[in-house]
Design a protein around this ligand. Structure first.
Ligand code: SF4
Length: 373
């Protein structure tokens, strides 16, 4: 398969900003990285465990019964997570996303949601608080999460067909229970987005059935290009179905028109159904990299800060949190230095390499299940 190379400027939303010289770290306030990108979005992994084994994230051959997960003592407590979130908010973070593994496996997650929902941005506004889940436990927890202050939820669902679903997540879990979780969230008043990872040859035949099912329901369905996250999912370019093809397939049955991004740094490109039946989104990290306005940092469940989904190492904040003389100022300054030194743009650089070739010198990427999607 001969893939065409696209010049950097033609890649999706490439980094058109000029590199920024290192600035003095502000004690508080918005931070910008070396490419001028602000830090506005923190993804917080609250567990490295999951009850699914999605082949593109936690292949069961690797994450088997002998896999060593983090001991409970290594996990940040809810109070430590909340303290860090408060300090990130002081540095301009407006959006918090709880992830995992599967975040609903973390006991009493509602109490963390309650603590985070009480935080305020420097202008006094509440933070945007959302969660990504496989919805296996959502039917039971939706009401409590909403009451605790959760504002929105994103559900990962890769098929409506049980057999195809099983091929994607390698567990025997009925789609009906995921749909029940989605219904429970909506009944509780939580707006829902659906994320479908598309793997050519495995579930791409499900694109139209999923679109038909969620059209007109108010739930926004997003299609995610299969990515080479981590180092264990055996990623191959030929299994990537470009988002342009997803849009073409759906558009052939339901005419679509492009929409503006709803916020800077939004990962999805939005498309509206011409007939008013709602919208879909495509997240195209492989064929249309969006590193140019990537404003996301990720906190692992044990307190390491990662600056890119495809990072290979993080910055350990836990010692700062647990030091006897731990101070907010020291943590604020550390966050500032870390972000201001950031220049990650993995997806843009991947696009410059020949397909299915990796950078021989590149260190091993961390697993997505460890830092959250
Ligand atoms: S590849 Fe890294 S820098 Fe680029 S958009 Fe994804 S997380 Fe951001």
């Amino acid at each position: 398969m001969n893939e065409t190379f696209v010049p950097l400027a033609d890649i999706g939303r490439a980094s058109t900003r000029a590199p920024v010289a290192m600035q003095r770290v502000p004690a508080t306030g918005l931070l910008h990285d070396r490419l001028g990108r602000p830090l506005t979005d923190l993804r917080i992994s609250v567990t490295d465990r999951c009850n699914f084994r999605c082949s593109y994230c936690m292949p069961k051959e690797v994450f088997d019964k002998d896999y060593r997960y983090l001991p409970h003592g290594a996990l940040l407590s809810f109070e430590e997570i909340t303290r860090l979130a408060r300090l990130f908010a002081a540095h301009g973070v407006r959006k918090l996303r709880l992830t995992g593994g599967e975040p609903l496996l973390r006991k009493n997650l509602e109490s963390l949601v309650e603590q985070l929902a009480a935080l305020r941005a420097p202008d006094g506004q509440p933070l945007d608080l959302t969660l990504t889940t496989n919805a296996s436990l959502l039917a039971r927890k939706a009401r409590a999460l909403k009451d605790a202050g959760l504002q929105r939820v994103t559900v990962s669902l890769d098929s409506l067909d049980d057999a195809v679903f099983r091929r994607m997540n390698d567990v025997d879990f009925p789609v009906t229970e995921v749909l029940a979780g989605i219904d429970a969230a909506r009944t509780a008043g939580l707006p829902v987005k659906i994320n479908m990872v598309v793997k050519r040859g495995t579930n791409d035949q499900e694109i139209l059935p999923m679109a038909r099912h969620f059209r007109g329901t108010g739930a926004v369905l997003r299609f995610i290009e299969y990515m080479d996250v981590g180092a264990t999912n055996g990623w191959r370019m030929h299994e990537v179905l470009p988002s342009a093809e997803v849009v073409a397939r759906i558009g052939a049955e339901f005419p679509l028109r492009p929409l503006q991004a709803s916020a800077p740094g939004e990962t999805a490109q939005r498309w509206a159904y011409e007939d008013g039946a709602g919208e879909i989104g495509v997240i195209s990290s492989v064929t249309q990299a969006f590193c140019g306005d990537c404003s996301r940092a990720r906190l692992s469940t044990e307190g390491k800060l990662f600056l890119c989904l495809f990072a290979s190492s993080g910055h350990d904040l836990r010692p700062l949190l647990r030091a006897p003389e731990s101070s907010d100022d020291a943590i604020l300054s550390t966050i500032g230095h870390i972000w201001q030194g950031r220049s990650d743009r993995y997806s843009e650089l991947r696009a410059l390499r020949a397909p299915d070739t990796s950078d021989p010198g590149a260190p091993r990427r961390v697993e997505m299940s460890y830092i959250g999607g």
